[in-house]
Write a protein that binds this ligand. Structure first.
Ligand SMILES: NC(=O)c1ccc[n+]([C@@H]2O[C@H](COP(=O)([O-])OP(=O)(O)OC[C@H]3O[C@@H](n4cnc5c(N)ncnc54)[C@H](O)[C@@H]3O)[C@@H](O)[C@H]2O)c1
Length: 369
């Protein structure tokens, strides 16, 4: 198969969908890899690194024209719509449910669109979303620690403390992928860490792992009210799959927090779990409400594109190799997780949530797969 990797042109996007290791694996599998010149620059990957493993470097027109499978990070933007070709396989993050115009474009262009975010294993896990949650969770504490610096608007707290001075208090709401990765970094920095979840099994897992080093607390309004007052850094990491994040921390609770405390609400991309949080950008990440620094960056992994590129590519590569080796029809037939990733198949909308966003019933994959 001819696999094309365009440079991402969505504003601010510095990731690339394939690393040289992935290109090498594809070439060794007998495929052709065509990478757009400078596609890896934002992630610190040079053209020569792709060329060295047998990938071809090409201009953007050639990449899209030749490729049977287009590997991307973000959904196509308007400038890329005319490049989509009938029968072409597009494998990328799509987030189509809130983007009906793009869904219609993909349907009209007759492509096979497989979305990273809906590839789902039988246990419900989302293997191509997990790596970005891992990045965001670890980054949440790193960013929070930075903004706790006095010069950055915070309380002037060193999270680990020093001998004779107690460590800072970190409260993590939600013990899923983001939350556990935040806990891990907060513990690593030597902070005093508490984590809340509604699922006792998640708390049990934390308790087993950290053996009392991390305080686990059942998530309810009463307990949240108590912990936020103490928090120097509050990390929002809750998710109810497919729904807006629940507002767990009200504006009134924020008003009880310490002056210069920091809130990093990672769940901001689902509406946020703190009432006073709104989406911000990496160029202007924070603002202050009731004396509390709020950080609401909706695309945190973009701050560390190199790490994010390698993390994402590690997760996508097995699916890429499978799609390239078997072709889309056989590949989705053989792998139900990948089949759940199919959003649009040559003019037919397959994914139920994507179809319902257009007010339509989904088509079944069976006759095509
Ligand atoms: N801002 C970013 O850049 C970025 C990056 C990656 C992920 N995210 C977002 O981070 C959020 C968390 O993602 P995840 O991968 O950790 O999800 P996850 O499903 O692994 O974890 C969510 C956790 O929230 C818990 N939860 C649900 N309701 C709760 C409540 N009322 N109180 C406490 N806990 C509750 C669940 O039990 C679960 O353990 C999502 O909204 C995701 O979209 C944002």
């Amino acid at each position: 198969m001819i696999v094309g990797v365009p440079r991402e042109i969505k504003p601010g996007e510095q990731r690339v969908a394939l690393t040289p290791a992935g290109a090498q694996a594809l070439v060794e599998g007998g495929h052709r890899v065509v990478v757009e010149t400078e596609a890896g620059t934002g992630s610190g990957i040079r053209d020569e690194e792709y060329a060295a493993v047998g990938a071809e470097l090409a201009a953007v027109d050639d990449v899209w024209r030749q490729a049977e499978m287009i590997l991307k990070v973000k959904e196509p933007v308007a400038a890329e719509y005319p490049r989509l070709r009938g029968g072409q396989l597009l494998f990328t993050y799509l987030h189509l449910a809130p983007a009906p115009e793009l869904t219609r474009t993909l349907r009209a262009s007759d492509v096979i669109a497989v979305a990273y975010e809906t590839v789902q294993r039988s246990d419900g896990s989302l293997p191509l979303l997990t790596p970005m949650s891992e990045v965001a969770g670890r980054l949440a504490v790193q960013e929070g620690a930075f903004y706790l610096g006095r010069a950055h608007g915070g309380r002037g707290i060193l999270l680990g403390g020093v001998p004779g001075v107690p460590p800072g208090n970190v409260v993590v709401l939600g013990a899923g992928t983001v939350g556990l990765n935040a806990v891990r970094v907060a513990v690593g920095l030597g902070a005093d860490v508490s984590v809340l979840d509604v699922n006792p099994d998640r708390l049990r897992a934390v308790d087993d792992l950290y053996r009392g080093r991390v305080v686990t607390i059942m998530s309810n309004a009463f307990n949240i009210q108590a912990v936020v007052r103490r928090a120097d850094l509050l990390v929002g990491a809750v998710l109810i799959a497919g729904a807006r994040a629940p507002v767990l921390v009200t504006a009134a609770m924020v008003a009880t927090m310490k002056e210069g405390a920091v809130i990093v609400d990672v769940a901001v991309d689902q509406g946020g779990c703190v009432e006073t949080v709104r989406p911000t950008t990496l160029l202007d990440p924070t603002y202050v409400v009731s004396g509390v620094v709020h950080y609401g960056v909706a695309n945190m992994p973009a701050l560390v594109p190199r790490t994010s590129t390698f993390a994402l590519a590690n997760a996508t590569l097995p699916y890429v190799l499978h799609l390239a080796a078997r072709g889309p029809r056989d590949a989705v037939r053989a792998d139900p997780a990948l089949a759940r990733g199919v959003n649009v198949w040559r003019g037919r909308i397959i994914h139920p949530a994507v179809a319902s966003a257009l007010g339509e019933a989904p088509a079944t994959l069976d006759p095509v797969a």
